[in-house]
Ligand binder design. Structure first.
Ligand code: BTN
Length: 325
């Protein structure tokens, strides 16, 4: 392999055990010079990895790494989800959602999937950013076509959140709940968020890119800059990111097949079991309207009892009144 073609992923794989490796050992393993290893290690500083260098011992990534691995992900997929052959696994990208909305990457396959170890411009809902450090969490986007007009979209983002909540509960995060429309919360803290982005129009059908950001192993110190209460899966259960990705894909494919066929109504009962707002005093962020959350209707709209009327809210942010989280 030419030095310039050195694969950063292969180097990271060797360092993922968290042990010291000398420059010459790494060079021999990867078939490149020590200088190329040194250059590649410098590149890895872009990922903000804590690389420890000790003379006579070599280099190690402090704490090791649990890297995403397409083979392990595929091995965890059932036959039904084995049809997910278009899975792109990147070390770094601006945003996995943005990557899949690029016209040149629109796949002919039923689903296109993009995963990254880190995002440099991870997108959250309502123009916010999504904190996306290297190798800690899951940043997953899935792209697919959805025929039909505006009505075909109702409840779509809710079923994506539901798929994530199902996986979390099955993996031991027993209190995982959905906060309308599609945040995943546990014990009043945010564990995951969903961002659905659309291209197309009511007459031609939609190209959907749905992204899930799930905190898996990020410590409170690592995520200190996040401006809301949040949690990681590792605080509740132990599960490898690869297995978690496979289970997310599996559930996404399953719920989307039913959603395409039967719409949101097929999930209404199940969604209500994950609803963390029901019965709580809430405030609608856009309007400041207050009321009691009364679940959702057949289209996925949040029902809010204001004391005067029962409002159906289709979009927006909701906050729970402070003494109620
Ligand atoms: C939210 O604000 O709650 C939504 C967060 C969505 C983050 C995910 S991470 C994978 C995908 N790529 C992005 O840029 N955003 C979504």
């Amino acid at each position: 392999m030419a030095d310039s073609a050195m694969d950063d992923r292969a180097l990271l794989h060797l360092l993922s055990d968290g042990l010291y490796h000398s420059g010459s050992e790494l060079g021999v393993s990867l078939g490149v010079s020590r200088a190329a290893i040194w250059k590649a290690l410098k590149r890895l500083t872009d990922f903000n990895l804590k690389v420890d260098t000790v003379k006579g011992k070599g280099y190690r990534v402090i704490g090791g790494l649990d890297l995403l691995d397409s083979k392990i992900i595929q091995d965890h997929l059932s036959c039904e989800a084995q049809s997910l052959t278009d899975i792109e696994l990147l070390l770094t990208v601006d945003s996995t959602n943005h990557y899949l909305t690029d016209a040149s990457r629109i796949s002919q396959k039923p689903y296109a999937v993009c995963l990254a170890e880190m995002q440099t411009a991870g997108r959250g809902r309502r123009g916010r950013s999504w904190f996306s450090p290297f190798g800690k969490n899951i940043y997953l986007s899935i792209g697919f076509d959805l025929p039909g007009g505006v009505e075909a979209l109702s409840g779509l983002s809710l079923v994506i959140g539901l798929a994530a909540a199902r996986v979390l509960r099955s993996q031991g995060v027993d209190n995982a709940m959905v906060k309308w429309p599609n945040d995943i919360w546990v014990d009043g803290k945010k564990l995951a968020g969903v961002l659905v982005e659309l291209q197309g129009e009511a007459t031609t059908g939609w190209r959907v890119v749905a992204g899930i950001g799930l905190n898996v192993e990020m410590t409170q110190a690592e995520g200190a800059g996040i401006d809301q209460l949040w949690a990681s899966v590792s605080e509740y259960a132990s599960c490898s990111r690869n297995k978690m990705v496979a289970m997310l894909l599996e559930n996404l494919v399953q719920v989307l097949a039913i959603f395409k066929e039967n719409g949101f109504e097929a999930f209404l009962m199940e969604w209500q079991q994950y609803d963390c707002l029901r019965g709580k005093s809430i405030v609608l962020s856009n309007s400041g309207i207050e009321g009691i959350a009364k679940g959702i209707d057949a289209f996925g709209a949040l029902q809010v009892d204001t004391g005067v009327e029962l409002l159906a809210v289709n979009a927006g942010d909701v906050s729970v009144r402070p003494n109620e989280t």
